[in-house]
Design a protein around this ligand. Structure first.
Ligand SMILES: Nc1ncnc2c1ncn2[C@@H]1O[C@H](COP(=O)(O)OP(=O)(O)OP(=O)(O)O)[C@@H](O)[C@H]1O
Length: 237
């Protein structure tokens, strides 16, 4: 198993994602994340909520291994795929098929294996037949699904999605949400999805609320006090 400072992979873990006492600051003067703890059960779909600037995206980057914590550990024992808010920041090849195949570079696969993985991944996100479609000719929702297909082609078991629907219209939002729900239910993947859209919680098994760099609550959405408060504040405005 690979082992890096602050990012530890272990063989048998009760949770797909286990964050223990993680602190991180963008500057040496102040910590943004302050002794964060978080556990996401394997094979479940969870959402991460919190006000602007509370540290959600920073935490997601720590989970993906794009940043390393200054103290504490992130334990993840399965391959991780990351889906950015804006898919144009992660789709790098001219066509759909080439982009998914690019994610398999350096995996030592034959061209037949690459082709089969691209086909399987496209079918999983309901984009079969679009392998030759130029990326620029896709809708925003289709681009997000190509990003997810890249993770599926790499056999990622944990999906991290940072506000994946914030640039989408309501119909594409619903399609993406249903697609990720299906990946969790049918393929047993684990997904953690950042959102400000409370209606998306209906698709989730659990939710985590962050405030000022700390996880202040986590559990089934209907039982979280802070989420009820957000709902009430939305209803009256
Ligand atoms: N690359 C960076 N360099 C320096 N500071 C950063 C960087 N990225 C984020 N920050 C700062 O860290 C703080 C938390 O940002 P972060 O994006 O993690 O919050 P967030 O909860 O995801 O917010 P939002 O809901 O608005 O996306 C902000 O004050 C932000 O300016």
């Amino acid at each position: 198993m690979p082992q890096f400072s602050g990012l530890r992979y272990t063989a048998a873990m009760p949770h797909a994602i286990d964050v223990q006492d993680v602190s991180f600051g963008w500057s040496s003067q102040a910590l943004l994340l302050n002794h964060c703890h978080l556990q996401i059960p394997a094979g479940e779909f969870w959402m991460l909520l919190g006000r602007n600037g509370s540290g959600k995206s920073t935490l997601m980057k720590l989970l993906a291994g794009l940043l390393l914590p200054q103290t504490g550990y992130v334990h993840i024992h399965q391959p991780v795929g990351f889906v950015f808010q804006n898919p144009d920041q992660q789709l790098v090849m001219p066509t759909v098929g080439a982009d998914i195949a690019f994610s398999l570079t350096n995996q030592g696969l034959t061209s037949t294996e690459v082709r089969l993985r691209v086909q399987d991944a496209l079918a999983t996100v309901n984009l079969s037949g679009l392998a030759r479609r130029p990326i620029y000719a896709l809708s925003g929702g289709q681009k997000q699904r190509v990003a997810i297909a890249g993770a599926i082609a790499r056999h990622c078991e944990v999906l991290l999605l940072d506000e994946p629907t914030s640039l989408l219209d309501p119909e594409s939002q619903q399609e993406l949400l249903a697609n990720v729900r299906e990946l969790v239910t049918q393929r047993g993947m684990t997904a953690l999805w950042v959102t400000h859209r409370l209606e998306e919680l209906e698709a989730a098994d659990g939710a985590v609320v962050m405030e000022s760099g700390q996880v202040i609550e986590q559990g089934p959405p209907s039982q979280l006090k802070h989420i009820q408060e957000y709902k009430l504040s939305q209803a009256c405005c």
